[in-house]
Design a protein around this ligand. Structure first.
Ligand code: C2E
Ligand code: CA
Ligand code: CA
Length: 634
């Protein structure tokens, strides 16, 4: 007597699971689609396994045609499952080169050939035939095709073994488990042909896969229940690969940082989830992702649809939100894009979207178009050039001479770094220093500049009238407790007179790294000097001048440009007097005209840096310039 009860239980269980999986909102990526197919095929297989068992075991009650149909359909559904399983495993590797390779084409072709061979069974007895006497009998291709299926299933296991790192521990366990359970069930089936367990085993192994691999929650952001950042990457990789066109809207909550700080993180989270709700209610049919923190990305299929959505958002935001008794107005910044399609990789697309979100300004609506994309791409390529320059210690240090109007001599100079890049040409520091500070690469840049300048001072014989070269330090450099040791080691290595070096720091250092005083004093003991850079740009901070032990104050070009206004002129004159009284040396930056030079000279500021005297020049040119200047003056 045959027993189908295990398979029946498995079937009921798997049907419930399948219904559940179809009901919950599932992220529309390829692996989820394939998993859906696996669920449906598995349900059908178990169902057909049960019905064929009934038919085969009661063959006298069923016509031969009926037996052929039920067996053919069973094989047509059950055997291709192996291919879906392998395909699914390939997708889990997340390796684009593997997913989109020719392997898929080969697999699909094999599957189609297998299905044709199965479908031909009733005519040519390929997989099985119904013997009028013996009933169901295996056909001549049964064993070869069964072996092919086993190979396909085991290939999935092999794939996991080879690409271990691409899988999570759960995935690494679940896939071999799937194979093992099916193997055991098939062996049991051979020994107990009348106990049908393969269907139950299929249900069990599929369930384990569901629990460990196909956890739909990973696609969701738990706070807002919109799609997560991982899903965004997944989705973008598909769009980028297919070069599909799309538009995005970025909704960025403006004041969460302040809200977190003043009302606590719970309030901040509440506002983010309320914002997500507002967005969802405006566009229930669009894909919405949480980019990071308080920014959301919405994809639209046409520019008209995008414009309509923006109109809706404008009506919805800002909105008032009440936390306890506090009324908060939630502002958002909207960034929307033209039709985009020209990304070379998923990483680039994600980077661009992230940069757009970061560039948000309060309550503004701005368009991401080709030119803003170009800007972002430029930043990325500058970043790459910077990384290369750091790796190869390949910076170009230019030097700008500083002129003393009373002696007519170049007495100091400032080292100004540039990057020479094969593709981008000469990149100026205004473009890359900010980037280097943001990603902390400046830590690797400054030592290279310091070493190059020390080496230069060592290798050149300067005229006796030339005093020192200054080097710029950023806040991050000044936070380093070992900065003085490094500088002293360079002075030692190149055997230079420490008084040949000046370090320039801006007032932000004074507020962000007040401990720099220790470094300054330790180096000043050896004769190294310090200059306060950019004095008068932005907020002139008297505090910075007084707090830190500067030797020199560099008056910024911005102040020089304001000299035509008599009030600024009077103020600067006063400042110069005070500084001279306090024994500071003064350097004035950005002198471009004789007129500016004359005015500053009149105030008693005689040391000038500017295009009027010389632009920053390469080291060899610099040596020539100061030697020529000294010779002429002699
Ligand atoms: P900075 O320290 O204020 O340097 C002076 C800048 O003004 C230089 O620009 C110089 O070329 C420019 N300049 C000099 N005279 C004139 C003039 O008469 N007119 C005008 N319009 N500009 C003049 P550069 O070389 O592009 O450097 C820009 C900034 O990049 C520097 O401003 C400095 O903050 C930063 N920087 C340059 N090299 C380094 C470095 O090695 N390390 C760090 N941390 N920052 C650096
Ligand atoms: Ca400077
Ligand atoms: Ca400056």
């Amino acid at each position: 007597m045959y027993n189908i009860s295990y398979n029946l239980v498995g079937l009921v269980f798997l049907i419930v699971l399948t219904i559940y999986f179809f009901k919950i909102p599932i992220f529309p990526n390829r692996s989820n689609t394939v998993f859906r197919a696996i669920l449906v095929l598995s349900c059908l297989s178990i169902g057909l396994d049960i019905s064929t068992a009934v038919i085969v075991n009661n063959s006298e009650n069923y016509s031969i045609a009926m037996q052929y149909v039920s067996n053919t359909v069973f094989f047509l559904v059950y055997w291709p499952l192996a291919f879906f399983f392998l395909h699914y495993t390939i997708l889990l590797t997340k390796r684009e080169n593997l997913i989109n390779s020719k392997v898929n084409l080969v697999l699909n072709s094999l599957m189609v050939i297998e299905m044709i061979i199965i479908a031909l069974s009733p005519l040519f007895h390929t997989i099985f035939y119904i013997d009028p006497v013996g009933g169901y009998t295996h056909g001549f291709l049964y064993v070869p095709i069964a072996i092919l299926n086993v190979i396909i299933v085991f290939s999935a296991g092999l794939l996991v073994l080879i690409n271990r790192r691409s899988f999570t521990i759960m995935q690494r366990t679940a896939i071999p488990m799937y194979i093992l359970i099916l193997c055991v069930a098939n062996i049991v089936q051979v020994y107990y042909p009348f106990v049908y367990v393969t269907g139950a085993a299929l249900a069990l192994s599929t369930f384990i896969m569901f629990l460990t691999l196909q956890n739909p929650n990973i696609y969701y952001d738990s706070l807002t229940m919109v799609f997560s950042r991982e899903s965004l990457e997944d989705y973008l990789s598909k769009l980028v690969h297919k070069k599909e066109k799309f538009q995005i809207i970025i909704v960025d909550v403006v004041n969460t940082t302040n809200i977190n700080r003043t009302l606590g993180e719970r309030a901040g989270s509440e506002i983010i989830s309320q914002t997500a709700k507002k967005i969802k209610s405006s566009c229930p049919n669009n894909l919405i992702f949480r980019l990071e923190g308080d920014a959301f990305v919405i994809f639209t299929k046409s520019e008209e649809r995008r414009d309509k959505l923006i109109e809706k958002f404008k009506k919805q935001f800002p909105f008032n939100y009440k936390i306890d008794t506090t009324q908060i107005t939630v502002h958002v910044h909207l960034n929307y894009s033209e039709t985009l399609s020209k990304f070379e990789s998923t990483a680039e697309a994600i980077g661009v979207i992230q940069d757009c979100a970061k560039s948000s300004k309060e309550n503004k609506i701005s368009l991401i178009n080709e030119s803003s994309l170009d800007e972002i791409k430029r930043i990325r390529s500058v970043e790459k050039a910077l990384q290369r320059a750091i790796d190869e210690k390949d910076f170009c240090v230019y030097i700008q001479p500083i002129y003393n109007t009373t002696t007519g001599l170049f007495e100091k100079a400032e080292a100004l770094v540039r990057i020479k890049d094969d593709e981008l040409g000469l990149i100026m520091p205004n473009e890359f220093i900010e980037i280097a500070e943001k990603n902390r690469m400046i830590k690797f840049l400054t030592p290279v500049v310091i070493e190059q300048v020390c080496k230069f001072i060592h290798s050149v014989s300067f005229p006796s009238t030339f005093k020192a070269i200054s080097i710029n330090l950023s806040v991050i450099d000044c936070l380093d407790e070992n900065l003085d040791k490094f500088i002293l080691s360079m002075i030692d290595k190149y055997e230079i007179d420490p008084s040949r070096l000046i370090f320039e720091i801006t007032e932000t250092v004074a507020s962000l790294a007040p401990q720099v005083t220790i470094t300054m004093k330790s180096l000043q003991k050896h004769g190294v000097k310090f200059a306060l850079d950019d004095f008068g740009s932005g907020y002139a901070n008297i505090d910075a001048v007084v707090k830190l032990p500067f030797n020199i104050i560099k008056i910024d070009r911005e102040l020089v440009l304001l000299l035509h206004d008599v009030r600024y002129k009077v103020m600067l004159e006063g400042l110069v007097k005070i500084m001279l009284n306090l024994d500071y040396d003064i350097i004035v930056e950005g002198i471009e005209t004789e007129e500016q030079a004359g005015v500053l000279d009149g105030m008693g500021a005689h040391v000038h840096q500017g295009y009027l005297y010389s632009r920053p020049v390469p080291m060899d040119v610099f040596t020539r310039v100061i030697n020529d200047n000294a010779t002429i003056k002699l």
